[in-house]
Design a protein around this ligand. Structure first.
Ligand code: ELE
Length: 214
């Protein structure tokens, strides 16, 4: 397995950080790492995303694998890969983004909702697919897609939290992506990084327990 993909598997939970200010990004990533979340996706709609991403990637080096989220075009993929991103995730399917990632040896994951999109993305060279938005279809949809498409690694994102992550893992997800249920920005604002660590720890535990049950 590709090393970056195996680091996402190890993390179990991939944090989606959207619009976080530079001064909080390091603190939040550190809090997540402390709680066992070692994969972070910084969304491309974050102002100065390449600069921030480079800073996080440089600060955490081998401890946290850093990627770009919400990537809609190959220019954004290339710019952030050059800044230090190791994986690129999109909410939608863009073959040019997948091609760019493969050109530079990075992991790519298009957002898909249907078996046809999942196969199209995988045939285009994606390493895994992000089932998005997961909350409108739920774990049963992912499980039904994994039936005939067991070879395609799937990660649900959108509305995934500690309360339903186990259902997705049991349905066949290799990891889950989470923003809102994982990172409390108000807590970060207050300097309460411990609560972010605690949520991360509980979340990762849910995923690990669900894997053990399989
Ligand atoms: O655009 C992307 O690439 C995304 O990942 C969309 C959302 O930001 C995530 O799906 C997080 O959603 P929540 O966990 O429900 O907060």
């Amino acid at each position: 397995m590709n090393e970056t993909l195996s680091r996402l598997v190890d993390s179990g939970v991939v944090a989606v950080l959207r619009g976080v200010e530079a001064d909080q990004l390091i603190g939040i990533t550190e809090a997540l790492r402390e709680g066992g979340v070692t994969a972070v996706e910084i969304t491309a709609d974050t102002p100065d995303v390449a600069e921030k991403l480079g800073e996080v990637a440089g600060s955490f080096d081998d401890e946290v694998v850093v990627g770009t989220g919400t990537v809609l075009d190959s220019e954004t993929a290339r710019t952030t890969l050059m800044a230090g991103a190791e994986f690129v995730v999109s909410p939608s399917l863009h073959e040019d983004v997948i091609e760019t990632c493969n050109r530079y040896g990075a992991v790519s994951a298009p957002g898909v909702m249907t078996p046809t999109e999942a196969v199209r993305g995988y045939e285009a060279g994606a390493d895994f697919v992000k089932v998005f938005p997961a909350k409108t279809v739920g774990p049963a949809h992912l499980g039904a897609m994994k039936g005939p498409l067991g070879q395609i690694p799937m990660m649900p994102t959108g509305g995934v939290g500690p309360g339903n992550a186990a259902d997705y893992i049991e349905a066949g997800a290799f990891a889950v992506g989470a923003g809102g249920a994982l990172v409390d920005y108000d807590a970060a604002e207050r300097g309460d990084y411990e609560s972010i660590t605690e949520t991360a720890r509980e979340f990762v535990q849910v995923v690990e327990d669900a894997r053990d049950d399989d």
